[in-house]
Design a protein around this ligand. Structure first.
Ligand SMILES: [Zn+2]
Length: 150
């Protein structure tokens, strides 16, 4: 079984629709479990006081190693998106919106995610979004929905 297949199997054990998250790196696993308590976390460098994403073992700004996951507000702005109509992943049926969300703490950080909770025709660059988590197996997959959704 490949790593991709084992990840899909793990996700398929959840009751919610499958979302392929790849195989998290050791330093990135926290990102996929952080939502257990409702908070989105990003890796923060205590040497230069910056967040970075995706998680790396060394700070990309100062090469510091004093890194730890810290909560962020979970709000941001949609920087780019595409609506996928192709059934690339078995069990994960199109159409769905794939996008990059700039987080409020540092707009240079863009989180790759799915935009949910609204009609696809209402998705537009610059819209305000907030995180929600889809519990799937051992993972809490961060998704984003319009701030106006609830
Ligand atoms: Zn740093």
């Amino acid at each position: 079984m490949t790593e991709t297949e084992s990840t899909i199997m793990a996700n398929a054990q959840g009751e919610l629709p499958l979302r392929y998250i790849g195989t998290p790196s050791a330093e990135g696993e926290f990102f996929w479990t952080s939502g257990k308590d409702g908070f989105l976390r990003l890796l923060h460098c205590d040497d230069c006081d910056r967040f970075h994403h995706p998680p790396q073992p060394v700070c990309p700004y100062c090469h510091g190693r004093d890194l730890s996951p810290k909560p962020v507000a979970g709000t941001g702005t949609l920087a780019a998106f595409t609506i996928n109509h192709q059934p690339f992943i078995p069990g994960f049926d199109p159409p769905y919106v794939f996008g990059f969300v700039e987080i409020d703490e540092d707009p240079t950080i863009r989180i790759a995610t799915n935009i949910v909770g609204c009609d696809h025709s209402d998705v537009e660059i610059g819209m305000r979004l907030r995180v929600l988590f889809e519990h799937s197996g051992e993972w809490y997959v961060p998704l984003f929905e319009p701030v106006e959704a609830n």
